[in-house]
Design a protein around this ligand. Structure first.
Ligand SMILES: Nc1ncnc2c1ncn2[C@@H]1O[C@H](COP(=O)(O)OP(=O)(O)OP(=O)(O)O)[C@@H](O)[C@H]1O
Ligand SMILES: [Mg+2]
Length: 459
C-alpha cells in the first residue's frame, strides 16, 4: 500500500494535478454553459417572435379566437392579446380569464419591449415577457404579450448536469492518471529504497538497481559508489581485525608455551632466560598495541600539535641517534622548515630508517631538499634509499596496507608488525604530504614529500 500521508510526494503531486484539472474543467464548463445559456435565450426570443407572428395575422384578418392555440414549438409559452383599451381579448389556455400580465403600457418607443416579471397573472416562476405593439387598430394600439419562463444563465438543467458530470469524470481521470504516473516515476526510487533496506552487513556485495532516467540514475549510481566504498572499508576492517588477532595471538601463544614448559620442569628451567623470552613477547605485544592505538588516533583525525620545525635538524638528530651498523650517506639541505607535529614526524622518520637498516646490505643514503614543485608553495622532499633487495614494483602500494610483511621480511625478521609504513603514510597525509615507494637503481627508495611552510608564519 503506497504511503499516502501528508508528507507523501505522490499524494501531493496527485492532489496538485487533481486540483488543476478541476479548475480547468470548472473554467471550461462555465464558459460552455454561458454560451449555451445565450443560445437558449436567443432561441426563446425567436420562439416568442414566432408566437407574435402567429397571432398578428389573426388580429389583422379579424379572426382572433378568445382562446389561442398553444405554440407547438414551446408549450410553456403563454400569449395575451390586449385591445386599444387595455382589455384582454384573447389568450392561450394558461392565461384564459386572467388579468393582463404586463402592467406597463407602452405607447411610445419601439414596436417591441421586454420585461422580466415573477409570477405575472398567476403564472409559475419568473417570466420573460415580450410586448409587441400592433398599430392601425380602430380603438388604438393593441398589445401582444408573449411570456415564457426565464432562461437560466446555464441554458437548461440537462446541460448543467452534463457539464458537472463531464467535469467530475475528467477530474477523476486526471487524478487517477497522475496517481499512476507519479507512482511509476517513483517506482525506481522505491526499488532503490527496498534494496538498500535489504542490504545488511552480510549482503554488502549487493547493489541497487540503476534506472534509465537520468535524475534517479545519478541517485542510484551515487548509492552504488557509496556501497562500493562501504564494502571496501568493511573488507579492509575485517582483514585488519583478522590480521590484528593473528598478530596478537602469535606472541601470546609463544609466551604461554614458554611459561608452561618452565612450570612443568621448574628445576631444569633457566629462569632468567625464560623470563627474558617472555619479556620479548610482552615487548612485541606492547609494540603492536601501541601501533594499533597510533593508527586509531590517526584514523580518528586526532588534532596534530603543529609547530615550525627544522626538518634538516630533525633528520640529522634521528640519524645521529642510531648506532652506525652500516654506512650512512647524508645529503641534507640546510634550513628546510615545515610546520608539523614533531613527535609524529620523528615516528615516521624512525620507521623509514628502521626499515632501511633492516633491509640494507651495507649502505643507507638519506637526502633532503626543498623543491618548488607545488603551485601553492615549496615541498620538502626526503628520500631514504638503501642497497638491499628492494620492494618489487607490484608490492609498492601493498606495503602500505596494515599488517603487510613481504615474504622476504617474514623469513629474515619476525620482529616487525607490518604497521610501520601504514602509520608513516597516515602521518604524511595528516600533514598534507605523501609517502611513496619509487623506482631505484638498487634497493628500496622511500620518498616523503611535505609542504614547506611560508617563512613568515614559521618564524
Ligand atoms: N627498505 C625496505 N626494503 C625492503 N622491503 C621493505 C623495506 N621497507 C619495508 N619493506 C617491506 O614492507 C613491509 C612493511 O613494512 P612496515 O614498516 O610497514 O612493517 P615492518 O617493518 O615489517 O614492521 P614494523 O615497522 O611495524 O616494525 C616490511 O615487512 C617489508 O617486507
Ligand atoms: Mg617498519
Amino acid at each position: 500500500m503506497p504511503n499516502m500521508n501528508r508528507s507523501s510526494l505522490r499524494a501531493r503531486r496527485t492532489w496538485e494535478h487533481g486540483t488543476v484539472a478541476a479548475l480547468v474543467c470548472i473554467g471550461f464548463s462555465v464558459v460552455f454553459l454561458v454560451l449555451v445559456g445565450r443560445q437558449e435565450t436567443n432561441m426563446a426570443e425567436d420562439r416568442a417572435t414566432a408566437g407574435w407572428d402567429r397571432v398578428l395575422p389573426l388580429i389583422k384578418l379579424g379572426h382572433l379566437p378568445a382562446v389561442l392555440p398553444d405554440s407547438t414549438a414551446d408549450k410553456t409559452q403563454a400569449i395575451q392579446v390586449l385591445n386599444g383599451r387595455g382589455r384582454v381579448v384573447a389568450a392561450t389556455r394558461q392565461l384564459a380569464g386572467k388579468p393582463p400580465i404586463a402592467t406597463l403600457r407602452q405607447t411610445g418607443g419601439g414596436v417591441r419591449t421586454q420585461q422580466t416579471l415573477c409570477s405575472p397573472a398567476g403564472l409559475k416562476g419568473c417570466m420573460t415577457v415580450l410586448l409587441f405593439k400592433v398599430y392601425s387598430q380602430p380603438d388604438g394600439i393593441w398589445l401582444i404579450d408573449v411570456a415564457a419562463p426565464v432562461v437560466p444563465w446555464y441554458g437548461n438543467t440537462t446541460v448543467l448536469l452534463l457539464a458537472i458530470g463531464a467535469s467530475l469524470l475528467m477530474t477523476a481521470m486526471t487524478t487517477a492518471w497522475a496517481f499512476r504516473a507519479v507512482g511509476m516515476d517513483f517506482a525506481p526510487v522505491e526499488a532503490i529504497r527496498t534494496e538498500l533496506a535489504e542490504i545488511t552487513a552480510t549482503g554488502l556485495h549487493r547493489r541497487v538497481p540503476v534506472p534509465k532516467y537520468q535524475e534517479i540514475r545519478s541517485l542510484a549510481e551515487t548509492a552504488n559508489d557509496t556501497l562500493d566504498r562501504l564494502e571496501g572499508a568493511y573488507q579492509q576492517l575485517r582483514r585488519f581485525t583478522s590480521d590484528a588477532s593473528h598478530d596478537l595471538r602469535s606472541p601470546v601463544t609463544a609466551m604461554r608455551i614458554q611459561v608452561e614448559e618452565a612450570l612443568m620442569y621448574p628445576d631444569d628451567t633457566d629462569w632468567p632466560q625464560a623470563m627474558t623470552a617472555v619479556l620479548a613477547g610482552i615487548d612485541r605485544l606492547q609494540a603492536i598495541v601501541t601501533d594499533l592505538l597510533t593508527l586509531d588516533r590517526l584514523d580518528a583525525n586526532a588534532p596534530l600539535t603543529r609547530e615550525p620545525t627544522d626538518l634538516t635538524q630533525l633528520v640529522s638528530a634521528e640519524l645521529d641517534r642510531r648506532t652506525p651498523g652500516m654506512q650512512i650517506v647524508k645529503d641534507l639541505h640546510d634550513n628546510v622548515v615545515i610546520t608539523c607535529d614533531r613527535l609524529r614526524i620523528t615516528r615516521l622518520l624512525a620507521n623509514l630508517l628502521d626499515n632501511a637498516e633492516r633491509h640494507a646490505t651495507s649502505q643507507i643514503r638519506v637526502t633532503l631538499r626543498a623543491d618548488t614543485v607545488r603551485a601553492d608553495g615549496s615541498t620538502a622532499t626526503l628520500e631514504v634509499i638503501d642497497d638491499g633487495a628492494g620492494i618489487p614494483a607490484e608490492h609498492r602500494e601493498k606495503v602500505f596496507d596494515r599488517f603487510t610483511r613481504l615474504d622476504t621480511s617474514r623469513n629474515r625478521d619476525a620482529g616487525g608488525t607490518g604497521l610501520g609504513l601504514p602509520i608513516a603514510r597516515q602521518i604524511a597525509q595528516a600533514h598534507q604530504g605523501t609517502l611513496t615507494v619509487q623506482d631505484s637503481e638498487r634497493g628500496a627508495r622511500l620518498v616523503l614529500r611535505l609542504p614547506v611552510c611560508d617563512p613568515s608564519p614559521c618564524h
